[in-house]
Design a protein around this ligand. Structure first.
Ligand SMILES: Cc1cc2nc3c(=O)[nH]c(=O)nc-3n(C[C@H](O)[C@H](O)[C@H](O)COP(=O)(O)OP(=O)(O)OC[C@H]3O[C@@H](n4cnc5c(N)ncnc54)[C@H](O)[C@@H]3O)c2cc1C
Length: 427
């Protein structure tokens, strides 16, 4: 199926909007900023995406199921590069948060909804990596996730507990053999209907976060029921509404027993927020690169529309903001990697606590950047920006949900306003 119902944009412009040219715009911006090894890695991911798109004749149309692409990206080590993954014998030579930022930008520009699905898989990978304790069953799941054999999902949100994630209603009961029985409901969980492995949380006492535990679940187990929640702004991503009905979790799959779940939940929040910001900057570059090419070609009143101040100056503002945000994110990721190296892979609690505010800063501003840039770039492209001919419609849709996922805008503001008070008290 073609990407569009009717071709509204001329062949000449559509051809110019190719992934190759969009990457070229990004690269011209990043060449002076990135170190040679960083730039080489970015180019390698881009080359892979361009070849993959061409070889498989990918149109990014609604009928393509991009979950089928994940094993191919996994084989190249492009599901995540945040760690070396020596425990599952992958031994990536080039890894870290900075490397993962570059991977995410390249893949987001290839297909932004696909990148979000990979991002949700990474959210499941992080706790499994942190708490496998050498157990072969858990390591097997980790390998499936990192190599793309299965997408992954993280199930935190419940129908009655969204922003207030700590006071969960899902209940876990420990059995004599160390296994747990789970009862409850989760919702809006990215990838869940397509995933073999999911990570979830439940409390021994409803509403009491101090009794929270964390579990790795195989979705084929009895008592795990999942239905799809359809979000029209991201039509190709499968989100789940799950029911745990006396779901038995063998003790080997308990990632954190009663009382440990809440710490594990918070531990995942810093990387989750930074990861959303990584997707956001990819979305902004994706939108900017479309608009950059379009406004240089499209003519009105006998001139390229870029030459009208209303267009050129708007583009200039968005471009500056995106470049500045990229620099901020790069600096954060490089510092994070340096600290991971210095402290042997585990950042001390006081430093990681200090990063909580930075992660909220990045999530708050990243989501805003994506929302404004995608909308404004579509606006600069007129009808061409909002019809179904280009990936701009995917970007605009995806940008609408960024202030909701991973802690809403208001929750980030709430965290930061609390931190403001704490900083004052430290004087
Ligand atoms: C596309 C998509 C993907 C998602 N993926 C996942 C996933 O993979 N895993 C997962 O577990 N969840 C996921 N979610 C759920 C997401 O994290 C929640 O939707 C989000 O946390 C908000 O919860 P809620 O929808 O219940 O809204 P509510 O918490 O009910 O919030 C409603 C409104 O009230 C505001 N509000 C609530 N409390 C406060 C407060 N204290 N101060 C100020 N304002 C407040 C919110 O900001 C919001 O505007 C996803 C959601 C979407 C839309």
């Amino acid at each position: 199926m073609s990407r569009y119902q009717d071709k509204a944009i001329s062949d000449e412009i559509l051809e110019k909007l190719s992934l190759k040219n969009r990457y070229a715009f990004l690269n011209n911006n990043l060449t002076a900023i990135l170190k040679p090894e960083q730039f080489n890695f970015l180019r390698n991911v881009q080359r892979f995406c361009m070849r993959f798109e061409k070889k498989n004749n990918i149109q990014h149309s609604l009928d393509e199921d991009f979950y089928e692409w994940i094993p191919h990206f996994g084989k190249e080590g492009y599901v995540t590069r945040a760690y070396k993954f020596e425990e599952i014998d992958l031994n990536f030579e080039y890894f870290g948060l900075t490397v993962d930022l570059l991977r995410a930008i390249a893949i987001d520009m290839f297909d932004p909804q696909f990148d979000m699905a990979l991002g949700a898989t990474i959210l499941a990978i992080n706790p499994v990596k942190a708490h496998h304790e050498g157990r072969p069953e858990v390591l097997k799941a980790l390998k499936d996730l990192v190599t793309g054999e299965s997408p992954g999902a993280i199930l935190i949100t419940e129908p009655e507990r969204g922003s207030d994630a700590v006071h969960m209603l899902s209940k876990c009961t420990q059995n004599e053999d160390g296994s747990f029985t789970l009862n409850g409901e989760k919702i809006y969980n990215t990838n869940a209907p397509k995933s073999k492995w999911v990570v979830t949380y439940a409390c021994a006492e409803k509403d009491n976060g101090k009794t929270m535990a964390q579990f790795l679940i195989n979705t084929n187990w009895d008592g795990f029921i999942v239905k799809r929640v359809y979000i029209p702004w991201v039509p190709k991503i499968w989100l789940g509404h799950e029911y745990f009905e006396n779901l038995r979790v063998p003790h080997e799959y308990v990632l954190g027993g009663i009382g440990k779940g809440r710490d594990h939940l918070f531990e995942g929040l810093v990387p989750e927020r930074v990861m959303i910001a990584m997707g956001n900057v990819g979305e902004a570059w994706g939108a900017l690169s479309h608009a950059f090419l379009y406004i240089n070609m499209r003519k009105q009143f006998n001139q390229e529309i870029l030459k009208f101040q209303g267009v050129g100056f708007t583009f200039a503002d968005l471009w500056a903001r995106t470049t500045n945000f990229t620099l901020a994110l790069l600096k954060f990721c490089e510092e994070y990697d340096a600290k991971m190296e210095k402290f042997g892979g585990e950042i001390p609690r006081n430093i990681s606590q200090a990063m909580v505010a930075s992660a909220s800063h990045l999530k708050l501003e990243g989501a805003r950047l994506s929302e404004r840039t995608c909308y404004e770039c579509a606006n600069l492209m007129g009808g061409a920006g909002v019809c179904d001919n280009t990936m701009m419609q995917d970007l605009v849709g995806l940008s609408r949900i960024q202030e909701i996922v991973g802690g809403t805008r208001q929750i980030q503001q709430y965290i930061l306003s609390m931190a403001t008070r704490q900083l004052y008290k430290m004087l």
